[in-house]
Design a protein around this ligand. Sequence first.
Ligand code: COA
Length: 243
Amino acid sequence: MSDPGGPDRPVPVVVHDDGHELAGVVHPGESWAAAARRTCASLHAEPVPVDLSGPVKVFAVDHDVRVALRAMVRGDLPDVARWRAEPHVQRWFASDGEPTLAGVTERYGARIDGMSPVRMWVVEANGRSVGFVQDYRIGDHPEFAVLGPDPDAVGVDYAIGDPRWTGRGLGVRVVWAWAVLATRRFPAARTLFAAPDHRNAASLRVLARAGFAAGLWFDEPNAAGGVDTVVGHTLDVATVLGR
Ligand SMILES: CC(C)(COP(=O)(O)OP(=O)(O)OC[C@H]1O[C@@H](n2cnc3c(N)ncnc32)[C@H](O)[C@@H]1OP(=O)(O)O)[C@@H](O)C(=O)NCCC(=O)NCCS
């Protein structure tokens, strides 16, 4: 992926760390994340994206909030049912069945038990469960082949279920924590994929900030028998994350 400023112009990187603003550039063949790590003041710090959508790739070291993903277990399902019933989640997950304990057990139970290629994750912020992520290899779902040429691409859906954790910039951290995990679990994946509804402004913005590029719009059948228009987004692993 070339720099919109021109193929020969180095991509600038800025890392905010403890009141310092450290500036660098991406070296040839290096990912944005690797450049941020190299630019960072603290040796063991892991910079996370603030905004990768502009010409300058902005990262920060967050010393306050730790975001992690863990495999979902059946004991999480009451939380998941509560999150799914929150209006800000239900609006975008309406075609995923009833947001009740029975409904989410039916939809996610087999996935948790490893009986489906879709994997379920719980998002933890400072050790507190605050939301969920589901992911799948595109090639495991023949009906998704239209989404792109890479069968090893990994697709994702996500939700911060606890409304107290929305609107605080956590979304980009959730997507990034997932992306780091996904590239380890799927070493053959050259692209990561998400397709939010075109009206889901917060989700579109989160993906842009995390380094995804918007692509094709396409229609998906919805629960009401109509279609929702979603926007395909891809993240180029080598450019953004590296290995
Ligand atoms: C979508 C979601 C992950 C976003 O995470 P978040 O931490 O709440 O979002 P942020 O606070 O980082 O906001 C992201 C951006 O969207 C903007 N935004 C938030 N709500 C918005 C709205 N209703 N309309 C327009 N912009 C909005 C914010 O101002 C911010 O913009 P900025 O980056 O320019 O500052 C989260 O709100 C969520 O889980 N929602 C419900 C489930 C969902 O929509 N999942 C996505 C399905 S693909």
